[in-house]
Design a protein around this ligand. Structure first.
Ligand code: FE
Ligand code: FE
Ligand code: ZN
Length: 277
């Protein structure tokens, strides 16, 4: 089954997002757990969650992806920034248990001037404080573009974080096509080679979701500027190979392209037309 959706606003709740996903031609969605700048989250509405579960079961929505606020930094030098990150992620993960067995994606962090090794150690330490054995959510490290001092722009850095986590079974990776292309991985001309590298460094069993975005910049630009599908440096043909690749085709795909809802609907239709059954 082709699992495809886009980023949606969470302001009207889970049921509203599920309905909107279907209206756009999708069968999954991504949402921010709270204001992306990291404010307090609304209390979970249990009636909404129950209605969502019934609707999702009836309509074939199996996987959803929550995205942590992108301003969190799990390897900040400042103690208070770290404390805020820990509190927010722990709270998000507790709330995720209302929708058991789903995915929670976060940006590993920016080491600023501490160096990448310190960044890796701190991100792992953060994860070691917020994961617990009974949790049902899989926490995904997102592949980053390598803008500024971002940690996680190479597969080796992601592997180094995972290796330092005491509950690695709770972890996976979300591959962002724009970010890896920005990071220098040539998914346009050598998709098989990039996936072999991923498998060698991290293990393809850890790959749990794809952010499907074109890029406004050429290979290895380290810029992180998403483009509409087919209008950037990755291009439609490469996306056709990505969504049909045997190692990727059963994963959920999430659009984070610069679009309004009608633009997302058009991109979902385009990707469906490129999908081989
Ligand atoms: Fe992200
Ligand atoms: Fe992304
Ligand atoms: Zn991005």
């Amino acid at each position: 089954m082709f699992t495809i959706g886009c980023h949606l606003s969470a302001s009207k709740g889970y049921l509203a997002m599920a309905k909107q996903a279907l209206e756009l031609g999708g069968n999954t969605f991504q949402f921010f757990t709270r204001n992306p700048r990291g404010g307090t989250a609304k209390p979970v509405d249990e009636a909404d969650v129950a209605a969502f579960h019934a609707f999702a079961a009836q309509n074939g929505i199996r996987t959803i992806l929550a995205h942590a606020p992108y301003t969190l930094n799990a390897c900040a030098a400042d103690e208070r920034v770290m404390e805020f990150c820990l509190m927010t992620m722990k709270d998000d993960l507790e709330r995720m248990e209302y929708t058991p067995g789903q995915l929670y994606n976060f940006h590993p962090g920016s080491h600023v001037k501490q160096g990448v090794e310190v960044g890796i150690e701190k991100i792992a330490a953060t994860l070691n404080q917020i994961l617990w054995p009974e949790m049902t959510t899989t926490v995904l490290l997102e592949t980053m573009a390598g803008k500024g001092s971002e940690v996680g722009a190479t597969f080796e850095e992601l592997r180094a974080i995972i290796d330092r986590v005491e509950l690695p079974d709770k972890l996976g990776v979300c591959l962002d096509t724009c970010h890896v292309h920005d990071g220098g991985y040539d998914i346009v001309n050598n998709l098989d080679g990039v996936l072999e590298q991923f498998d060698h460094s991290i293990g393809l069993h850890r790959l749990r979701a794809i952010h499907i975005n074109d890029s406004k910049n050429p290979l290895a630009a380290h810029k992180d500027r998403h483009e509409k599908i087919g209008q950037g440096y990755i291009g439609t043909d490469a996306f056709a190979r990505i969504i049909n690749h045997p190692a990727l085709r059963d994963l959920p795909f999430y659009l984070e392209t610069p679009n309004e809802l009608d633009g997302y609907a058009a991109e979902i239709a385009l990707l469906r037309s490129l999908r081989k059954e």
